[in-house]
Design a binder for this molecule. Structure first.
Ligand code: PEP
Ligand code: MG
Length: 893
């Protein structure tokens, strides 16, 4: 019989759970595995049990039905807690209360449900009042329980409970919850029970076992909640993983002034600084800290002083327990060899650990923590390289606010997630998503965010909230996503009805522009100037370590000298794809390009091409100058010619004047060029085959520029001339002959030779299949996986957006195949072409230049297949360097 329940605490060891930490996490979820682990290493953990993730999967597959055996297992789990605590579940005299929490394999902060204080009813509340000697506490706990249970399990209207609480406070003339006495809570409980009966049609469940099963099912069910699905999609978490359920004895942070609750990170999750970082509240329960209802206090004295805050830090108010807590921090960091995110409770002076997990952190913090830990010998350099998510580097590569720029600072909040963001103000998540789809940059402005805002936060460039601390939902989620966030900006007054934001005497409306700086908490009117970040310090160190283990070369896709410079500064080792068509669009030459396309014959085309030659030569000269000494792959013209055609009368007139022909003739010629399916039409090498003079001009420009640079710098560039969209060996043979002929002509004219290669893109299935023959004429292959994906899947790369999201949601593709390579399908064509190409030409150079060249999962595939290099857009170069290093480490095993 499958075991579904695993107990922890009270010295039960692993209770049959796997000893391998990954397997344990897969079965028990992150929270369950870590609770068991903390208990095993002797930390104070309230006893409990975990119902495994396997049960969740089974529960989902079998339509919400549990196996009979689970009833008995849960009973034993409860008995285990009863034995250790000496309390009895449902006992009127000395009741055991439990928490019921979710916990998936990967942490999903705030995404799924939790129920606290479970086990309270009309009888046990009296018992709790007696045993605790604190009637107020007992009734406060009961009202919290009814409120939470009604929300999470019964799914009743959350706001009506909040409203009842607000009215109760108002009626009594109170401002805060702490002013409520036991009789007030008692009255509110009666009111809450009335609300339940009214909305649910039945009285609030008094049987504690019914309560428990209701909560367990709700937590399992929350795996399928919309917000959990969105979070999984954004973080590539498979639906079949499921969540575990943790049932654990309650400990109380709300038992008066010697009790407290808090959350802490063992290092600063924004900056990575090695300083304890966290928030706590005296006389409160866990959810109070993260929910932003009360403003939490600082953990350490230094942090309180730095923030100039008044309420005492934990270090000052409970110095002994604080000392105990920081010892636990150190122990957990050493044990897990990573920065930890911890939840704790102090019940009448006794410290309890409720959770530990690897803390979510910004890219900046991830880098600093990895480098610091390696320097301290806690982890190796290679582990440091493996720890940093390559995609997270993206946060560091983009412009930051210019420190010298003028700032119209409206107010300052907490620096919750670093980075600068600028965009128009929106007040709700649906609008954030909608405006982003329309091409706007938006700043999502909320009183506080909830897990329902996950899609809006993802769409937004930045997040600004009026409430919530550094560990509020907004802050944690924004850091995880890499979105800049300023939280708890108290100076904001937000009116969601009128869509107005008031800051002091300034008023802003939806659509107005705002800049936020998540690194110092500033909120500024308008757009503030940005500058390029410098990649030094920890970034540089980690990149050096990555380069030591990396085998794959990393090049860039770039066609302007500026982009080439950015890429070279980011560590690009050459150009993997220079798309020459972009050069044709420049305003200074588009008329000559159009004249070339619309020419009636070869002579007309040659006349126009002669005008383009000096411009192309200058393009290449500038690129070679930046990339001197490095290989530069230049692709000859690829797109269908009609893309360059004139549209407006004035454009036709300009071309007519330049070519000395009539406008009507030109229009007729433009009509003749119309194609029904241009992606599969007269493009790529088909242009070179039918109009050889175009490729001849480009080849001449390349070789003339290369000779010039060799002459002026003494160091020749290494041009790699690339022929696009080849399907047959003969196409490449013809094109290579033309390029070689042009090279010889130029070398003879210039009186010098330079090294160069001619190769092709592999971007059609036929080219993959015929790679053995094609390699007879090409010295390199570069996989154009954009077109290869398009032509293999028969899915238009320009139209796929309309249906691919659904394909991913329904599990047809694990990810968008235009973003992350379809390894299973398209991958086979790459492997096959690599194998056949190498069989013909042992030293054939192999690279990839589709968008996939900057995607870590696709880069791992390139490493597996033994390609020589990947080529990515300039800002992806560091990501590719790190991903290539991780792929090499993973291959080593
Ligand atoms: C490709 O097809 O993968 C490629 C790099 O070329 P382009 O995107 O220009 O078609
Ligand atoms: Mg292509």
């Amino acid at each position: 019989m499958t075991q579904y329940v695993y107990r922890f605490g009270g010295g039960v060891d692993a209770d049959g759970a796997p000893t391998d930490s990954t397997e344990a996490r897969n079965l028990l979820g992150g929270k369950g595995a870590n609770l068991a682990e903390m208990a095993n290493i002797g930390l104070p953990v309230p006893p409990g049990f975990t119902i495994s993730t396997e049960m969740c999967t089974r529960f989902m597959n079998e339509g919400g039905v549990y196996p009979d055996s689970l009833t008995e297992e849960v009973k034993q789990g409860v008995a285990h807690i009863e034995k250790i605590t000496g309390k009895t579940f449902g006992d009127a005299a000395d009741p055991l209360l439990v928490s019921v929490r979710s916990g998936a394999r990967a942490s999903m902060p705030g995404m799924m449900d939790t129920v606290l204080n479970l086990g309270l009813n009309d009888e046990t509340v009296e018992g709790l009042a007696k045993t605790s000697g604190d009637e107020r506490f007992a009734w406060d706990s009961y009202r919290r329980f009814i409120q939470m249970y009604s929300d999470v399990v019964l799914q009743l209207d959350h706001d009506s409970f909040e409203e009842a609480l607000e009215i109760a406070k108002e009626d009594n003339g109170f401002f805060t919850d702490t002013e409520m006495e036991s009789q007030h809570w008692k009255a509110l409980v009666a009111e809450y029970k009335g609300l339940v009966e009214e909305q649910w049609g039945k009285p609030f469940p008094q049987d504690v076992n019914d309560q428990l099963w209701g909560a367990v099912s709700a937590v399992f069910g929350s795996w399928q909640a919309e917000r959990a699905k969105v979070y999984r999609r954004l973080n590539d978490i498979p639906a079949e993983w499921g969540t575990a359920v943790n049932v654990q004895a309650m400990v109380f942070g709300n038992m008066g002034e010697t009790s407290a609750t808090g959350v802490a990170f063992t290092r600063n999750p924004s900056t990575g600084d090695s300083a304890y970082y966290g928030e706590w509240l005296i006389n409160a329960q866990g959810e109070d800290v993260v929910a932003g209802i009360r403003t939490p206090q600082y953990l350490s004295k230094a942090a309180r002083e730095e923030a100039n805050a008044k309420p005492l830090s934990m270090e000052e108010a409970m110095s002994e327990t604080y000392g105990e807590l920081t010892n636990v921090f150190d122990l957990l960091e050493r044990h897990y060899r990573d920065m930890q995110d911890i939840e704790f409770t102090v019940e009448r002076g006794k410290l309890w650990m409720l959770q530990t997990r690897a803390g979510k952190r910004t890219a900046k913090a991830a880098l600093k923590i990895a480098v610091d830990m390696a320097n301290d010998g806690l982890i190796t350099e290679e582990e440091a390289v493996a720890r940093v998510d390559p995609m997270a580097l993206d946060q560091l590569l983009h412009p930051t606010l210019d420190p010298d720029a003028k700032r119209d600072v409206l107010t300052t909040g907490l620096p919750a997630s670093p980075g600068a963001a600028c965009g128009i103000i929106v007040f709700d998540s649906d609008t954030a998503e909608h405006r982003t789809e329309m091409g706007d940059d938006v700043i999502l402005v909320r009183v506080e965010t909830s897990p329902e805002d996950i899609h809006g936060m993802h769409a937004a460039k930045g997040i600004l909230t009026a409430r919530g601390g550094m560990t509020s939902h907004a802050a944690v989620v924004a850091r995880g996503m890499g979105r800049p966030c300023v939280s708890g900006a108290g100076g904001l007054s937000i009116n969601n009805e009128t869509k107005l934001l008031k800051i002091g005497d300034r008023e802003l409306k939806e659509g107005d522009t705002l800049t936020i700086d998540g690194s110092n908490g500033q909120v500024m009117a308008g757009r503030v100037k940005t500058i390029q970040p410098e990649l030094v310090g920890d970034f540089g160190v980690l990149m050096e370590w990555a380069d030591k283990v990396r085998r794959l070369g990393v090049r860039t896709n770039a066609e302007t000298p500026q982009d080439c410079k950015v890429a070279r500064d980011f560590g690009a080792e050459g150009i993997g794809l220079c798309r020459t068509e972009h050069m044709f669009f420049e305003t200074s030459r588009i008329t000559a390009v159009r004249q070339m396309i619309l020419a009636a014959n070869e002579a007309g085309r040659r006349e126009a091409l002669a005008k383009l030659l000096p411009e192309q030569r200058e393009d290449f000269r500038q690129i070679f100058e930046v990339m001197v000494g490095l290989p530069v792959t230049i692709r000859l013209l690829d797109p269908p010619l009609h893309e360059f055609l004139p549209h407006h009368q004035s454009e036709f007139e300009e071309v007519a004047a330049a070519a000395d022909v009539g406008v009507e003739t030109l229009k007729q010629r433009a009509n003749e060029l119309h194609e029904f399916n241009p992606m599969l039409g007269h493009r790529g090498c088909r242009l070179g085959v039918t109009y050889p003079e175009i490729y001849e001009m480009q080849a001449r420009a390349i070789f003339e520029a290369a000779c010039e640079i060799a002459e002026s710098s003494g160091e020749a560039p290494i041009p790699e001339v690339m022929i696009p969209l080849v399907a047959t060996a003969r196409e490449l043979e013809l094109m290579k002959d033309a390029v070689d002929r042009m090279a010889e002509e130029v070398f003879a004219e210039k009186g010098r030779r330079i090294e160069y290669l001619v190769g092709t893109m592999i971007e059609l299935p036929r080219a993959s299949l015929m790679a053995g023959k094609i390699a007879e004429h090409g010295e390199f292959f570069s996989f154009g996986t954009n077109d290869l994906t398009q032509t293999t899947l028969g899915v238009s790369r320009d139209d796929a957006g309309r249906f691919l999201t659904q394909y991913v949601d329904k599990g047809i593709f694990p990810r968008d195949p235009f973003v992350s390579l379809d390894v299973e399908g398209v991958g086979q064509l790459i492997e096959l072409a690599a194998e056949r190409g190498r069989a013909t030409r042992g030293d054939i150079k192999l690279g990839i230049c589709g968008e996939h060249g900057g995607d870590p999962a696709s880069i791992a595939f390139c490493e597996e297949t033994g390609l020589d290099y990947v080529s990515a857009s300039p800002y992806r170069v560091p990501i590719a360097r790190l991903a290539a290093a991780q792929a090499a480490l993973a291959k080593r095993g």
